[in-house]
Structure formats: structure tokens, C-alpha cells
Design a protein around this ligand. Sequence first.
Ligand code: FES
Length: 326
Amino acid sequence: MTNVHWHPLLRAKKLRKKPVQVMFEGEKLVVFRTKDGIAAIQDRCPHRSASLSGGRVVGGSIECPYHGWRFDGTGVCTHIPLAEGAPSNRRVRAWSAREAHGLIFITHDAQAAGDIRGPVWDDQPKVSRILQSHAEATVADAVENVLDPIHTLFVHKGIIRGGGGPTNRVTLIAGIESGELVLRYSGEEQSNGLLSRLLERQRSYAISRFYRPGVVSLEYWGKNGLNLVTTLYFTREDDTHLRGFAVMTGPRQGGLGWLKAALFVPLMRIVIKQDLKIMADATANWDAAGRPPHAQGPLDLLYPLIQRVLDGETGDVAAQEVTLDI
Ligand code: FES
């Protein structure tokens, strides 16, 4: 387990020659490509506060659109027009940035090394798709929304569960292992919703994981390996807004995997839209009430575990079990 937390900011294919402005943890950043890789620095020129993202990239630096000061990927001012040779100790804040798994990630850790953990997969040929969204929610609430099975009967009725036919007696076992929330499902060989019927082969079991800084992995295993993995990343724009990335990975299965991927995109857009709507409503009410503690019901196993993971608590938590007819 790595202690370096990488936050995805945008899809790699959206970052071309032009710099891009993104919000991250209450701050505006500008992200741009240099000949050495990706740069992410504060999007406010220290001279007269113009947005650097309105400028252009020159060599390895970004040029401010107001008076032309240039800053490299480490945030150091490398050039002041008409003042060649003048010493400059001006700089802006910089983050370590890297491209991986179709996304641009940043971290606060200036010395970050090693691989960025990506979606889990086995050795089958695969097909992947990425969707981006914006949510009004905290990370804890968004992660609970993704992991919680109960809301699928109401918010996603017919699409994820509740599509008619017999229900499944599902056993959920949830605990914390090595700093990650691990949720094991059994007894649901196929959920009674459209998504599972269209996209999965026979399911043997499912495992969901949540790890810092805001990554949820939903793994659906069949007898021949993984049927489907949906990995969701949540990046904090500020206290209320999140940028979300949903990465779907499925087996290629000849050409069938491409067809499933084509179906996944519109179905997931519907699911995401439903979640965004209910979370925006709940967050607005919660904010208006002054963010009181959430009331916990008898089936709300996950929220305290999510909080522990977010707080970086390292001790394991013994698994707890519930059985649901869903
Ligand atoms: Fe950026 Fe003047 S405001 S160079």
C-alpha cells in the first residue's frame, strides 16, 4: 500500500497543446504539457494575479497573458520580458503531475515515485471506457452512495436492481483490511437489473473496495475471471463539489466486449444522472441545516468505515455481516 495519494484532475485526451484550468481542493490550477511531461501549478500569476491558463505554453514554461512572465513546471519564474538576466526569485505553487490510466493525476508529494494504482484487472484482453461528471457531495457521501446497495432499489430501480423477478438473498461482509474498506457480496449470481443482465456473464461473487484519497473499485467476478470492473475516482474541487471519473473495464470477448462498452456508456450516464440529482438535493438540504451528523440506521455499516479510511486510520476492523433480500 502506498502513502502517496494521487488525485485525477482530467481525462488525458482533454489535455492537448492548450493549458487547462481545473479546481482542486479550493484552488485554481493550470495544467499543461511540457516536453518533459505534465505540469500542474497555481493558476494565478504572482505579478498582478492574471490567470496563467489564459496564456500559452512556450518550451517547458507557461507564459502569463498579461506581461509575459514565464513559469516552468516546478513553478519557478524562468523569464521576465525585457529584463534578461535579472534575478527572479518569484515562483508559484506546483504539484507533481503524471499521466496514467487515461487520466492526468497530481499529488502534493513533490518526491512522488512509483506507479499510480489503476483499475484492477486480470490477464484477459480488455475494453475500457471513461466517463466524467461533477457532483455536489462530500467524498464520504459520494463513496457511500456508490457502495450502498439499498439506494439502488429506489434511485436506480430497474437499472441496477429492482427490475422484477425473484430477489436474491445477498450476504454482505464489510471490514477494513490494510487501510482499505473491503466489501464482499455473495448470493447474487445476477442482480435483477438491466445493467447486470446486459453487461455481465454469470457472476460468482463481487468485491468492492474503497481506498484513499477517493477511489472505489467495484469488481464482478465470474467463473472465468473478471466480468466487469467499474472504478470510480472522486477528486475534491472544494468542500461541496467533486469531480468524478468512472472507468469501466470489461473483457473483450471477441467483439462482444465492444458492444457491451457501447451499452455501458449510455446506461452509466443514466445511473450517474440519477445519483447526481439525489446527492445534490441531499447536500443542499444538509448544508442548509448546518451539516448535522447523519442519522445512522441499522443497515448503515459502511459510513463509519468510510470515515475511518478517509481519516487514514491504519488498524484493521473485523468484518461485519448483514443479509439483505434485494
Ligand atoms: Fe502575469 Fe503581469 S500579471 S506577468
